[in-house]
Design a binder for this molecule. Structure first.
Ligand code: SIN
Length: 530
């Protein structure tokens, strides 16, 4: 029996693993690919955190995060994020991560992205921040005694006596076995592969969220799939990202006639929060029957030095960003919701914890602020280990769990066995992922309505997943669509063209707690709205 079992090898899981191993716990890390292959490595823009300077403050970072989150951020969770984040960054630097610096005083080079009122985003290697963070954490975990199980795939949570006691896995030989642990941490990342157009790698299949759904562990806010406004319009999987930092440094969105349109949409123009920019682009694409708009980054000086990753990606299709406008369109990018936690990462199932994109502590609300995701993984991955060290035994009514445990929504009973939220695997669906992605992209993308979502539900229920990953994609997609149907308003990244306004009646969360229908719980504390 291990002390701590970590599922996932991205920023959140590795932060937890390094910290736990350093406290002397016996730690095992399970990754379904090789270590270092996680979605973290694709993060470009950077990490938002206030380390120094007198223009900015953690409270301004908090205000920007809450404003981006469209009424659904948990203020206490965001307070933890912005106040503990800077120390976690300093620890990462001590572990060996290098962030870009400028000037005679060698200060951190800061950039700006959508929704941030000032430049506060640290970056590394220009636009290779995630790769540097991942590199440092992989080296960090390899330097500990943590056991690494690469290419092992976690299938379902083991529940005994009302607590999680580990997971059922398929090992690198395809043999099923149990890994038992006192504490299991879900840090399995996002679910961008639910959509045909995504910035996420093929391994982002919502595995942890699906496991939680099947085990009756509370999950919420999954209708808030964030679409990055500017993925390169090119048929590759994943879509190369054209970082928001480009707009932070002067790039401008233009329509098919070359007209810069964002100033008509929001006072922050091209630096409006991400949901607003994605919606403005998507509307133009639909109304004008276009496949993409343009990002004009020609005014950015020294582009190739500042953005080497993007230069390489667009160069591979013959574009020179110092001269050419870049074709772009929205792509599924980040699930703002996920497995519900309190402020320590505890889920509704004792012994099961969650952090990173798979988790939902309340920091992102209905729309994550740009470059808050690496910070989220660093902060809440560490808090889980601190809570385990303190001997915390059960979740408390804080974070997103405050809305569930303090409200009238049914508190889930742990299911002793995984429940199926859809039809079983039939082993024949080699094209099922493609079919699912087409259904989701067509019917549950940036712009949705009741008819399209009912079409998505019908399409999903007809799909027979051929693999465990496809089953996870289907289970998360079903939850996303059911919550999106129930949320008859537009808020954050969830846009209903049949309910275009934000409604106070929906100032709360749709929780899944073991049955296939979501249960609505109003917020126990109301955050400011836009
Ligand atoms: C970007 O660089 O635009 C992505 C940053 C993020 O998703 O936080």
């Amino acid at each position: 029996m291990h002390d701590v079992l970590v599922l996932g090898g991205g920023v959140a899981g590795l932060s937890a693993a390094v910290r736990a191993a350093r406290t002397g716990c016996s730690v095992v890390v399970v990754t379904k690919d090789v270590l270092g292959a996680s979605a973290t490595q694709y993060a470009q823009g950077g990490v938002a955190a206030v380390l120094e300077g007198d223009v900015d403050s953690p409270d301004l970072h908090l205000a920007d995060t809450i404003m981006a989150g469209a009424g659904l951020c948990d203020t206490a969770a965001v307070h933890v994020l912005v106040h503990e984040g800077p120390d976690r960054i300093r620890e990462l630097v001590a572990l060996g991560a290098h962030f870009d610096r400028v000037g005679d005083d060698d200060a951190y080079a800061l950039t700006r992205e959508g929704g941030h009122s000032v430049a506060r985003i640290l970056h590394a290697g220009g636009d290779a921040t995630g790769a540097e963070v991942e590199r440092a954490l992989v080296a960090g975990v390899r330097a500990t005694a943590a056991e690494l199980r690469e290419r092992w795939f976690a299938l379902d949570v083991l529940v005994e006596g009302g607590r999680a006691v580990g997971v059922l896995v398929e090992d690198d030989d395809g043999t099923r076995q149990e890994i038992r642990a006192h504490h299991t941490i879900i840090a399995t990342g996002g679910a961008g592969q639910c959509f045909a157009v995504t910035t996420n790698p093929t391994l982002s299949t919502g595995d942890g969220t699906a496991m939680a759904l099947r085990a009756g562990v509370a999950v919420a806010d999954v209708e808030f799939m964030q679409f990055h406004p500017t993925a390169l319009h090119h048929p590759s999987m994943p879509r190369p990202l054209l970082s928001e930092a480009l707009r932070g440094e002067g790039a401008v969105l233009r329509d098919e006639h070359g007209v810069a349109f964002m100033a008509d949409e929001h006072p922050l123009a091209d630096l409006a929060p991400r949901d607003i920019v994605a919606r403005a682009i998507a509307r133009r694409l639909v109304e004008r029957n276009l496949e993409h708009l343009w990002l004009d980054a020609t005014a950015i000086p020294g582009f190739a030095t500042r953005f080497p990753t993007i230069t390489k990606a667009v160069g591979s299709i013959g574009l020179d960003p110092s001269k050419d406008w870049l074709p772009c369109a929205p792509a599924a990018h980040y699930v703002s919701g996920g497995v519900c936690t309190d402020l320590d990462g505890a889920t509704t199932l004792p012994g099961l914890w969650a952090c990173g994109e798979a988790a939902n502590s309340g920091v992102h609300g209905a729309n994550r602020l740009a470059s808050n995701s690496l910070l989220d993984g660093l902060v809440f991955g560490s808090r889980i280990v601190e809570a385990i060290e303190r001997g915390k035994a059960a979740p408390d009514a804080t974070g997103v769990l405050g809305d569930l445990l303090a409200g009238d929504a049914a508190v889930p009973e742990p299911l002793g066995h995984p429940a199926n939220s859809g039809p079983p695997l039939d082993g024949t669906g080699s094209t099922s992922r493609d079919a699912l992605q087409q259904v989701m992209t067509r019917y549950a993308g940036v712009l949705r309505d009741a008819e399209s979502l009912r079409g998505a539900l019908k399409g999903l229920l007809a799909i027979r997943p051929g693999s465990e990953e496809d089953r996870n994609l289907r289970d998360v997609s079903l939850a996303l669509v059911r919550a999106a149907l129930a949320r008859e308003e537009s808020r954050g990244t969830h846009t209903r063209i049949d309910f275009p306004d934000t409604s106070p009646a929906f100032l709360g969360r749709f929780f899944f707690t073991g049955s296939s229908d979501p249960v609505f719980a109003p917020l126990h504390e109301v955050a400011p709205t836009r």
